[in-house]
Design a protein around this ligand. Structure first.
Ligand code: SAM
Ligand code: SF4
Length: 386
């Protein structure tokens, strides 16, 4: 039998949990520390976690590695290199491996790009967020638009592959302003853009302001118009969506993120990292300690920083497959859903969604969400997974 995730590849996610300051909209596992971070201690802990995961899931060929955060561009290039060495010591690494690193686009960080390239990184993803200084300030960013474009230019001169992120549906954002901003961004981007609609996440400073009525974001109607503009402008300029928030030229998709969305196997190391590994016990969902210092201590005393490990039931695997796969324009394969969950998709629900034009059935049997379905993706997934 084919290995259940053979075609999705095997990814390693490395979480660097520190930032220079906390952005008011962000609920990622990121921490600000005023004392210098002991990178050597972290390298040793990452190496131990990598060894631990390789013992659970040996002999996989690593097809992608992703340094995410937090702000991985605060790491010394030597730290990145040492973590890559540890990965290479425990798993065979595919010669075509994609190695991405998330970077904040300040001039200080751009100075490290050459060092990352030398360490083996071959793709960077820059958090540009907005193309004008007023909005960057409102988002609490530490860089100007000019500085960000400078970092993009440096990335383009060093890496064959790079991407940048923008956040839209910001306060007072209009479809016309966003269309112009997006065109400017596309002119600077090469092959890939991540375009996220601003979400007000509980626990963030923006959430507090929003609750108090001091932060007003575009309503659903404007949000929908902004989403539509995103799709139109990107498709017209050769960067169609391949996932609800990700756009790429043909063949330029982020291979690491595809591992998640195609419900492949990946190891997650570092504070707050998630993983999915198929072992003798079944498919395991794994999660590590969130607080960097707690994670370090746990790794140093137990050899891993795991806080939670769950054996996923067939039903849970089917649900996760739908949740991840339906975000992709390529959609899901109902046969894989059945192989994972032991169930079939409810024919009546599928027929209803087809009738409403919210999903499409392809000649090869795959099912994908239609352009009309994507703006209501969560409802479509909830319906089909019910
Ligand atoms: C984990 S962040 C890391 C990137 C890097 N630290 C930076 O800020 O440039 C990944 C991306 O998530 C997006 N993001 C974070 N919080 C968001 C929110 N509340 N709504 C929309 N997008 C968000 C941003 O575009 C950000 O670049
Ligand atoms: S958006 Fe990026 S820089 Fe800002 S707090 Fe989140 S992870 Fe850190």
């Amino acid at each position: 039998m084919m290995h259940p995730t053979a075609d999705a590849g095997f990814g390693v996610y490395v979480h660097w949990p520190f930032c220079a300051s906390k952005c008011p909209y962000c609920d990622f596992n990121s921490h600000v520390r005023h004392a210098p971070v002991d990178e050597a201690r972290f390298v040793a802990a990452f190496a131990r976690e990598i060894a631990h995961r390789a013992e659970l899931a040996p002999k996989r060929a690593v097809t992608s590695i992703f340094f995410g955060g937090g702000t991985p561009s605060l790491m010394k290039p030597a730290t990145v290199g040492a973590i890559l060495d540890a990965i290479g010591q425990h798993w065979p690494v595919d010669p075509q491996v994609e190695i991405s690193l998330e970077a904040n686009p300040t001039s200080v960080e751009a100075e490290r790009f050459r060092g990352y390239r030398a360490a083996g990184v071959n793709r960077v993803s820059l958090g540009v967020q907005a193309m004008n200084d007023t909005d960057l300030k409102a988002l609490g960013r530490r860089h100007t638009a000019e500085e960000a474009m400078g970092a993009v230019g440096i990335a383009a001169s060093i890496f064959d592959r790079f991407s940048f992120d923008l956040i839209y549906a910001r306060p007072n954002h209009t479809p016309a302003a966003w269309a112009a901003e997006l065109k400017e961004a596309i002119a600077r981007a090469a092959e890939h853009l991540s375009l996220y609609q601003l979400t007000i996440e509980p626990g963030t400073w923006f959430h507090k302001l929003h609750q108090a009525g001091k932060l007003v974001v575009p309503d659903d109607e404007v949000g929908r118009a902004l989403y539509d503009v995103t799709q139109e402008v990107c498709a017209a300029h050769g960067l169609p969506a391949y996932e609800i928030s990700n756009h790429a030229a043909v063949g330029a998709q982020c291979r690491h993120n595809l591992v998640y969305w195609r419900y492949g196997e990946y190891a997650g190391v570092g504070p707050g990292a998630h993983g999915r590994l198929v072992t003798g016990q079944g498919r395991l969902a794994m999660e590590t300690e969130l607080t960097p210092e707690t994670w370090l201590e746990k790794v140093e005393t137990q050899g891993h920083g795991l806080a939670d490990v769950e054996i996923l039931t067939p039903e849970a695997q089917g649900d996760e497959y739908l949740l991840m796969g339906l975000r992709l324009t390529e959609g899901i394969d109902p046969r894989r859903y059945t192989a994972l969950s032991g169930r079939v998709l409810d024919p009546e629900r599928v027929a209803g969604l087809l009738e409403h034009g919210l999903i499409v059935r392809h000649p090869d049997g795959r099912i994908s969400v239609s352009p009309a379905g994507f703006p209501v993706l969560n409802a479509v997934i909830a319906d089909i997974a019910a």
